[in-house]
Design a protein around this ligand. Structure first.
Ligand SMILES: NC(=O)c1ccc[n+]([C@@H]2O[C@H](COP(=O)([O-])OP(=O)(O)OC[C@H]3O[C@@H](n4cnc5c(N)ncnc54)[C@H](O)[C@@H]3O)[C@@H](O)[C@H]2O)c1
Length: 286
């Protein structure tokens, strides 16, 4: 417990002293908002019992082949997630990070593999890299056009028993063919990366312009199975003067110099925030 308290002190001091902030986020960051991560088959099937009954794994379901083989099931999966992400409110941790980021003279960026759009819903704009795309944007399955368009108020009617979406399924405004989410799936050669590439260009320019400014990297809920976010945060933290705070209740460890917080994201960020604002009284008790 003393270790956790001193790690929280060190994490708060790192963020307070930094000139700029990089926020990394994986599926675990949404858990405190009530969203499922896809931790192993059991976690995935608990979130999606109909797919458990069919014995379909996350890596199998998040595959563009379903849009060819069984579009109603493909849109059942993505439509269910779109509906869920829309009706779920981002937790307090998002707002804490926004406040910290806004106060930094060198600014802040978010690098996330989440496709749920929750950073934007929490007020983040123009400073988010969605490295696996966004479920709130669509593209043509046939790639008749390189366009990506906003899903707008698209609603899918998904049967909770069969997990199939009722027609009409989303279609391409150009050719009328089937549309799909602009999300990077497994074995996905058809994903149109243009939107993500623009975000990445801005991110790289921001990192390069930091110079000798001190960077705090706060990574929340990024798993090691698809390690893109962990890798990006470690890379950024290897810059001179940078430091990584890794928040993850099960996989908090990192390279030498990492401040590891084995806590849920909302609790860890609130505890750090209390220390930074001087209102920290009681010690963390979990
Ligand atoms: N909300 C979303 O957009 C969403 C949800 C599920 C999966 N995905 C996709 O799934 C892929 C796998 O992502 P991943 O590796 O981040 O997921 P993962 O499910 O493999 O890992 C989640 C991580 O979060 C940690 N975690 C669990 N509860 C937490 C909490 N309360 N606070 C902080 N951390 C917590 C777990 O220990 C784990 O390390 C990604 O490509 C992602 O795009 C996205």
């Amino acid at each position: 417990m003393a270790d956790l308290d001193s790690a929280l002190d060190a994490a708060a001091a790192t963020v307070a002293a930094a000139d700029a902030l990089l926020i990394g986020a994986g599926a675990g960051f949404g858990v405190d908002s009530g969203l499922p991560d896809f931790r192993g088959d059991q976690g995935f099937w608990k979130a999606y019992p109909p797919l458990g009954r069919l014995g379909i794994h996350f890596e199998e379901m998040a595959n563009p082949l379903w849009f060819e083989r069984d579009p109603a099931l493909a849109w059942g999966f993505y439509g269910h997630r779109l509906n869920l992400y829309r009706r779920t409110r981002p937790h307090e941790g998002f707002h804490i990070l926004w406040r910290w980021g806004k106060a930094k003279p060198g600014g802040f960026r978010v690098f996330t593999s989440n496709v749920d759009g929750h950073f934007q819903a929490a007020g983040f704009r123009g400073n988010v890299v969605e490295c696996h795309g966004s479920i709130h944007h669509l593209q043509c399955c046939g790639c008749c056009t390189p366009a990506i368009w906003n899903a707008g108020d698209l609603e899918l009617d998904v049967d909770e028993e069969t997990f199939r979406a009722a027609p009409p399924l989303p279609s391409c405004p150009q050719c009328g063919g089937l549309a799909r989410p602009n999300v990077l799936m497994f074995g996905d050669w058809g994903w149109i990366p243009a939107r993500t590439h623009e975000q990445e260009d801005d991110f790289r320019a921001w990192l390069a312009a930091l110079g000798r400014r001190r960077l705090a990297v706060v990574e929340c809920g990024a798993g090691s199975a698809v390690p893109t976010v962990r890798w990006q945060c470690e890379q950024a933290a290897s810059l001179p003067g940078a430091r990584l705070v890794r928040i993850n209740p099960r996989e908090p460890h990192g390279p030498a110099g990492t401040i590891s917080l084995a806590l849920g994201a909302r609790d860890a960020l609130s505890a750090m925030d209390a220390r930074m604002s001087g209102s920290h009284g009681s010690r963390v008790s979990s």
